[in-house]
Write a protein of this length. Sequence first.
Length: 149
Amino acid sequence: MKTFKQMVEEFQCPGCVCGMDVHCGSYKVSREGEKGGGACKGHVLGTMMGLGNSIALGLPRGFDKPGYDYYAKPPRAKNRMTIRLWPNGTKPDWDHLNVPVWFLEKDGTLFVRTFMPRINHGVVDVVDGGTSGMVPHAINVAVFLDEID
C-alpha cells in the first residue's frame, strides 16, 4: 500500500521539470473532490523521445503519452497531461461520462486510460491495489504491449 506522496514520487516526479521528489518546491496537491484521488498540480513533463515528443517517464508504455496540442503553431506534443492518483481503497467513478478504455495491471497498480467524451478529454488513472475487475469493459493493454511505442 502506497501513500499519496509515494505515488506522486513514483508516477509523476520522474522526468518532471520541477524536480525528482515532492521536496522540489513546486509540489502542490490537487484533489479529486471527496473521492480521495489527486495529483501534483505542479507537474510538467520534462522528458522527450525525439524532438517535441514529451512523455511521462514514471508511467508504463501506453499510458505515458500526453497527446497533441493542435492549437500550437506548429502542432506538437503537450508538456502536461492529467494524471489522477488513487491511493489504496479509492478509485474514480467510471461511468458513461468517465469511460475506462485501456488498462494495465502492473506490480499491484492498475493503470487506466479514461476518456471523458462530454468534454473530449483523456486522463490516466493510477489506482494502487486496483484490479482488472474494476474495469470489466476496458481493453487489456498487456495483450499487445509489445506493439505500443
